[in-house]
Design a binder for this molecule. Structure first.
Ligand code: BMA
Length: 850
C-alpha cells in the first residue's frame, strides 16, 4: 500500500510518543442495590439488571421458569437504587478534567455523586458524560443511582393524551411503552415475555484528562477507484481552551497526514483529506475479504508530545441501495463496490430479556451467522442499538448491517420533549456507529407505516379523524423529518428508508416494489406454497414458528418434560400453536410424543423456509434479498428463530448453511412432467462442473440417470438442465422415489438437492438402513461419515447426555448418498466413547406409522 499525502507535513510520529494520556476506569465493582425505601442492600452486578440481581441473590425464582413471568411483574413497578464506592487517588484528582461516562442507564435514572445530584437520565439508548471534578474527593467517593419505575414516570403523559397510541405488542394493561425510550420488547412481544427491566445495562467509566480530547474519528469516502481511494477523515476534538496543536493521521502504521490546527474552545471538527493508492476493499462475506485499515488520529503539542490519540478502523467500500423504477415496478437491492449483491441474512433481536446476560452469547451467534453463509443482519427496531463489539464483529466478518432505529409496530408521541429526547438518542447512536464499514443502511422503524395504513388501528383504537391526523403528523415529524435531518448532518450518503417494509403483503401487486415482510403464511394462515406464489423484490422479513428442542425447554418447564400446557404457556403469538399444528397435519403423520412434536415443529419450519428461500434465490434478479425472521431468541420459547435461546441450532439453521450456500441448485418438475434444474451462484467466478441427476427408489434402485457438463455463471441464476417429459421417467411411485441432483467439480460436491414427489406424510419410508464410520478429524474433533443404504429422512445426530456441536444435522440422504459430519465434543475422550454415545434418529423415530 502506498499513501499519497494531500496535506503533507512529512514528519513521522515517533512511536515512543504514542502512550495515551487520558485515563479510563471502569466502575464495575462494589455495587449494591436495594428497593427504594427498604434499605435492604444486596450485592449487585454492573452492568446488570434489577431482575438478574434479584435472581442472583435468591430473592426471586427464575423469571423464565414456567409461568413465573406473571408473578414478577411487580419488579418493574417499583423504584430501585444502586450504589458503589470507588477510590480516587490524589494523583488522579490532579487532572484538569474528570468526568463520569454512563454508557447505558435503563431508563429513568437520578444519579448522585457524593450525595449531590449529577444527572437525570430518561433514555436507555443514550450515553451521558458529565464533568464532575468539583464533586470528587481524594479517597472514597460514593455513586448512587436511583431508578424510577417507568409506569409512574409516564402516567401523566399517558393520561394527557386524548387518545390511546396503538402499541399491540405491549402486553401490559397500561400501554406505556411508546412513551419510554427503552427497548420495545421489554414490554412483551410475540416471541418473548414482558419484563420491564431497570439498571445499569452498560459500563460506567471514570474519565480523566488534562487538555484537549479526541472524541471521535471517522472517515467519509469521496471517491473509490481501482487505483485510488479518496477519503476525508474527520476528527472531533473537544478543547477546554482555544490554542494551537497539530493533528497527525497514521494509517496502518504510516503517518499519512499532519497539519497544524487551531482549536477553538469546545467542539472542533478537524478535517483531513486522505488518498490511498491501490486501495484494498471491504467486501461482504462471499464476495471477497472484508479488509480493514487501521487509522489513528494523534493530537500533538508544538514539541510533538501527545495530547490525545484515538484509533478506528476503516473499510473502503461503496454500498448503494438501489430503488429505481424498472420494468417490474420499483427495485430494492444493494450494490456493493459496483456489483449487485443478493442479500442473504436474518433479523436479529437482543439475545436475552436481560441484556447484559445476553452478551456472552454474541460470539456463538456470530459463528451461526457466518456458518450459514450470511452477508447481512438486520438489527430490528424493537430491541436495542447493539454494543460496539457487535458491529466490530460485523466489520471483521463482512456482515453488512441493516440498522433500524428503535421504533417498532406502534405509534409514538410527537411532543417537543419526546422529539428532543429522541434527537439526543439519534445523535449518540449515529455518531457511535457511523464509522463501521458494515453499516449498510438506516431504517426509521419496523412496520409502522404498513401498520398504520393496513392494520385497522383507527377502528381498533377508536381514533377519530382529528386524532388520526395528529398521530400521522407526529409520525411524519419523526421519521420523515427529524431522523433524515440528523442523518444529513451526521452521516450523509448512507441510505435511509423511513420504514420497513415499503410494501404490504396483502396484495399481489405490492410484491412488485420495495422491500416486503411477507407474513401471508403465518399471520395470513396460507400454506407454504404462498411463499412461491408471490415473489417480492427484497424480503426483509418472513418466517414460520417452531419450538426449541427438549434440552432447552426441559429446565424451564414443570417436571422437566414439557407437555401441551407448558408449550401453550410459552406461546406469545396470537396465532398460537394451533397454526403449527395445522401445517404439521398437512406435512407429517401423527407425532409419537412431545419430544417428537418439538423436533417435527423444527423440521416443518425448515421445510417452509426452504420453499421461500429457494424461490427467492431462483427468482433473482427480480428478488435481491432474503432476511428471514428471526435469527435468535431472548428466552426459551416458541418463535420464528433458527437458533434457540441456549444457542442450539434448530433444524432450520443447519438447513440455512445449504440454503444460503454459495451455489444453490433447485430441481423442479412441472405439471407436464418436464424437469428443470436451475442454479443460483453468488460466487464471483465461473465454475466448471457436472450436474448429475439420479432418480432412485427409496430402497436404492436407480431408475434413471443423466449427467450434464455445465459452466456455472458467477453472480447469476440460470437454467442448466431441461429434461423433456418424453425423456424423464413418468412411471414411478411418487411415494417412494427421490431425484438426487448434485453439482460436482474435480471430485468435490459444490451443491446438492433432493426433489421429492410427495409430502413426507405420504412417503413410504423403508426401515432406515445406513452405515457410519467415526474417526478423529484433522485439527480436532471427530468426523462421522454416514452412508445411506435406504432413503434417510432428516437424520439427526446427537450425543446422549453430552453437549456437542455437529456441522450438519436433520439432513436427508438418498440411497447411496454419503455425508461427512464434523463433531466437536470436548468432553469426549476417543472415537470409542463417541460411538457409544452417538444416537442417530430420523423421521420414522418421530411419527407413528399409519
Ligand atoms: C414481524 C416482526 C415482529 C414480529 C414478527 C412476527 O413483523 O417485526 O414484530 O415478532 O413479525 O409476528
Amino acid at each position: 500500500m502506498r499513501c499519497l499525502l494531500l496535506i503533507v507535513w512529512g514528519l513521522i510520529v515517533p512511536g515512543f510518543l504514542l502512550a495515551g494520556p487520558a485515563v479510563r476506569i471502569n466502575l464495575e465493582s462494589n455495587w449494591e442495590f436495594s428497593q427504594i425505601g427498604k434499605n435492604a442492600w444486596l450485592p449487585a452486578e454492573v452492568p446488570g439488571t434489577v431482575h438478574t440481581d434479584l435472581l442472583a441473590n435468591g430473592e426471586i425464582p427464575d423469571p423464565f421458569y414456567g409461568t413465573n413471568e406473571k408473578g414478577l411483574q411487580w419488579i418493574g413497578r417499583m423504584d430501585w437504587e444502586y450504589r458503589t464506592e470507588f477510590d480516587v487517588s490524589a494523583d488522579l484528582l490532579q487532572n484538569e478534567h474528570l468526568a463520569l461516562r454512563f454508557n447505558g442507564l435503563d431508563t429513568y435514572a437520578e444519579v448522585f455523586l457524593n450525595g449531590k445530584p449529577l444527572l437525570t437520565a430518561d433514555n436507555m439508548f443514550r450515553t451521558w458524560e458529565i464533568e464532575c471534578k468539583s464533586q470528587l474527593r481524594t479517597g472514597k467517593n460514593q455513586l448512587r443511582i436511583v431508578f424510577r419505575s417507568p409506569f409512574e414516570r409516564v402516567s401523566a403523559q399517558l393520561e394527557a393524551l386524548p387518545y390511546q397510541l396503538p402499541s399491540p405488542n405491549d402486553a401490559g394493561k397500561e400501554k406505556i411503552s411508546v412513551f419510554v425510550r427503552k427497548a420495545g420488547y421489554h414490554f412483551g412481544w410475540d416471541w418473548g415475555p414482558r419484563f420491564v427491566t431497570m439498571g445499569i445495562w452498560r459500563p460506567i467509566n471514570l474519565l480523566a484528562w488534562n487538555e484537549a480530547r479526541i472524541t471521535d474519528v471517522y472517515t467519509r469516502t469521496d471517491g473509490l477507484e481501482t487505483n485510488e481511494a479518496r477519503l476525508r477523515a474527520r476528527v472531533e476534538v473537544n478543547a477546554p481552551e482555544a490554542g494551537d496543536a497539530k493533528l497527525a493521521l497514521v494509517l496502518n502504521g504510516d503517518t499519512i497526514g499532519r497539519q497544524n490546527v487551531v482549536l477553538n474552545r469546545g467542539r472542533n471538527v478537524l478535517e483531513e483529506a486522505i488518498s490511498i493508492a491501490n486501495p484494498r476493499l471491504w467486501w461482504p462475506a462471499g464476495m471477497g475479504k472484508p479488509y480493514l485499515y487501521n487509522l489513528k488520529a494523534v493530537l500533538l503539542r508544538a514539541d510533538n508530545s501527545i495530547i490525545d490519540q484515538r484509533k478506528t478502523r476503516v473499510g473502503l467500500r461503496r454500498i448503494e441501495l438501489v430503488q429505481q423504477t424498472d420494468s417490474i415496478g420499483e427495485s430494492f437491492f444493494f450494490r456493493v463496490n459496483g456489483t449487485p449483491i443478493f442479500v442473504k441474512g436474518t433479523n436479529y433481536i437482543p439475545p436475552d430479556n436481560f441484556i447484559p446476560r445476553g452478551r456472552s452469547k454474541r460470539e456463538k451467534l456470530f459463528r451461526a451467522i457466518k456458518g450459514a453463509n450470511m452477508n447481512m443482519v438486520r438489527v430490528w427496531g424493537g430491541g436495542i442499538y447493539e454494543d460496539d463489539t457487535f458491529y466490530d464483529l460485523c466489520d471483521e466478518n463482512g456482515i453488512m448491517v441493516w440498522q433500524d432505529f428503535m421504533f417498532a409496530c406502534a405509534m409514538y408521541p410527537g411532543d417537543t420533549a419526546f422529539l428532543n429526547n429522541v434527537r439526543g438518542e439519534l445523535q449518540d447512536n449515529i455518531r457511535r456507529l457511523r464509522h463501521h464499514p458494515s453499516l449498510a443502511m438506516w431504517c426509521g422503524n419496523n412496520e409502522i407505516e404498513v401498520a398504520w395504513h393496513n392494520w385497522g388501528w383507527q377502528q381498533e383504537y377508536r381514533l377519530d379523524p382529528g386524532d388520526s391526523t395528529r398521530i400521522w403528523q407526529d409520525y411524519l415529524a419523526l421519521f420523515e423529518d427529524l431522523i433524515p435531518r440528523e442523518l444529513a448532518e451526521l452521516d450523509p450518503g448512507r441510505p435511509y428508508i423511513p420504514s420497513s417494509p415499503i410494501s404490504n403483503w396483502g396484495k399481489s401487486e405490492n410484491f412488485d416494489r420495495g422491500d416486503m415482510h411477507n407474513w401471508a403464511v403465518w399471520h395470513g394462515e396460507k400454506p407454504f406454497s404462498a411463499f412461491k406464489a408471490d415473489t417480492p423484490r427484497f424480503m426483509s422479513e418472513f418466517g414460520f414458528q417452531s419450538f426449541p428442542e427438549i434440552r432447552t425447554l426441559a429446565p424451564v418447564t414443570s417436571g422437566g418434560a414439557p407437555n401441551r400446557e407448558d408449550l401453550e404457556d410459552r406461546q406469545k403469538s396470537y396465532k398460537g400453536t394451533r397454526l403449527i399444528d395445522t401445517h404439521m397435519n398437512r406435512w407429517y403423520s401423527e407425532y409419537k410424543d412431545y419430544e417428537s412434536y418439538l423436533v417435527l415443529s423444527q423440521l416443518l419450519q425448515a421445510e417452509g423456509m426452504k420453499i421461500a428461500i429457494e424461490n427467492m434465490r431462483i427468482e433473482q434478479p427480480r428478488c435481491m434479498g432474503s432476511l428471514y425472521w428471526q435469527l435468535n431468541d431472548c428466552w426459551p420459547g416458541p418463535s420464528w428463530s433458527s437458533v434457540d435461546y441456549q444457542g442450539r441450532w434448530k433444524a432450520l439453521h443447519y438447513w440455512m448453511q445449504h440454503l444460503y450456500g454459495p451455489i444453490l441448485l433447485v430441481a423442479e418438475r412441472s405439471d407436464n412432467g418436464e424437469l428443470r434444474v436451475r442454479a443460483a451462484s453468488d460466487e464471483p467466478r465461473a465454475r466448471f462442473g457436472t450436474i448429475a441427476m439420479r432418480l432412485k427408489s427409496f430402497d436404492g434402485d436407480i431408475l434413471w440417470t443423466q449427467e450434464q457438463a455445465v459452466e456455472i455463471a458467477p453472480g447469476a441464476v440460470k437454467e442448466y438442465v431441461r429434461v423433456p417429459a418424453s425423456i424423464f421417467p413418468n412411471r414411478f411411485d411418487p411415494n417412494e422415489t427421490v431425484l438426487e441432483v448434485i453439482l460436482h467439480a474435480r471430485g468435490k460436491v459444490l451443491a446438492s438437492n433432493l426433489l421429492y414427489f410427495t409430502q413426507p406424510k405420504d412417503m413410504d419410508l423403508p426401515d432406515p438402513e445406513f452405515s457410519y464410520r467415526c474417526s478423529v478429524a484433522e485439527g480436532g474433533g471427530y468426523l462421522v461419515e454416514v452412508r445411506a443404504i435406504h432413503q434417510l429422512k432428516n437424520v439427526e445426530f446427537a450425543l446422549v447426555g453430552i453437549e456437542a456441536e455437529f456441522s450438519d444435522n436433520y439432513f436427508d440422504l438418498a440411497p447411496g448418498g454419503i455425508r461427512q459430519i464434523m463433531v466437536s465434543a470436548p468432553s469426549i475422550k476417543d472415537e470409542k466413547e463417541l460411538v457409544k454415545l452417538l444416537r442417530v434418529r430420523q423421521m420414522t423415530d418421530w411419527v407413528n406409522e399409519d
